[in-house]
Design a protein around this ligand. Structure first.
Ligand SMILES: *Cc1c(COP(=O)(O)O)cnc(C)c1O
Length: 242
């Protein structure tokens, strides 16, 4: 085993251990949390090393970069590729054809394009609805800061629900960046409340997945109910430009 694989394995396993402790602390089953190893802006050797170190789900932010990696690493057929970054309209086809999961569905317009391309490719794409619970202008996701206005989200959610080739599986958020992990806790709690709100409105839809938490705050996210955490630098190191 190369040094790169060994060092990634050590950090990957220690991340799994921390996820497990946080889950137990919160009275949750550790198996209910899935670890997405975020490999955006990492060279292909690092992504390969992450897979050899045990990563089962890889997270990418840019469609073209992700597709290049998916194609180069297709021998590892058991690995899942999740799109976690904002998808531009003109990249919808790449995502629909190549990725296994989209955490970052953030508009009806994108949903319709993904649905159309999935239909043409005869695929179904599981998606998470991305919500901006922190209220920052610059963030993607449906604006969901103001809880008193959550019912205004229902028209869009309803439209996404009707698309035959997309399968709603839950919610995702990327909170504002604070000084420490505790800063994120109220935002994770808010996403959890939004999940409960939507599940109550639409009992026939599966909103069970919550994708929240990065290197900085994944332990807090697990305490607050995350079922996917998206961890990059803590496992594969600082990003490089590829
Ligand atoms: C980059 C990124 C991550 C991972 O961030 P790290 O700080 O490297 O753990 C998680 N989620 C999204 C949406 C990202 O863009």
């Amino acid at each position: 085993m190369s040094d790169l694989v060994n060092s990634i394995r050590e950090r990957y396993e220690s991340t799994l251990d921390k996820i497990s402790s946080s889950a137990k602390k919160a009275g949750r089953n550790p198996d209910s949390v899935k670890l997405v190893v975020v490999t955006k802006s990492q060279p292909i050797e690092t992504v390969r090393a992450a897979i050899e170190a045990g990563a089962k789900i890889l997270g990418e932010n840019y469609a073209e970069e992700g597709v290049t990696k998916i194609q180069s690493l297709r021998d590892f057929s058991a690995v899942e590729w999740h799109m976690i970054g904002h998808v531009q309209s003109r990249k919808a086809q790449l995502v629909a054809e190549h990725f296994n999961f989209n955490h970052s569905l953030d508009s009806v317009k994108l949903a319709k394009r993904l649905d159309r391309f999935c239909g043409e490719a005869k695929r179904t794409l599981p998606v998470l609805l991305e919500f901006n619970v922190g209220g920052e202008e610059s963030k993607s996701g449906w604006q969901a800061f103001d809880e008193s206005r959550w019912s205004e989200l229902l028209t869009d959610v309803n439209e996404v629900m009707t698309l035959p080739n997309l399968q709603i599986r839950g919610l995702m958020t990327m909170p504002p960046i604070g000084d420490d992990a505790e800063f994120s806790r109220p935002f994770f709690q808010k996403l959890k409340r939004l999940q409960e709100f939507l599940a109550k409105q639409y009992p026939q839809v599966d909103f069970s997945e919550l994708s929240m938490g990065t290197s900085l705050d994944y332990e807090v996210a697990v305490e607050e109910g995350a079922t996917f955490v998206r961890v990059g630098t803590a496992i594969v190191g600082e990003r490089r430009y590829v």
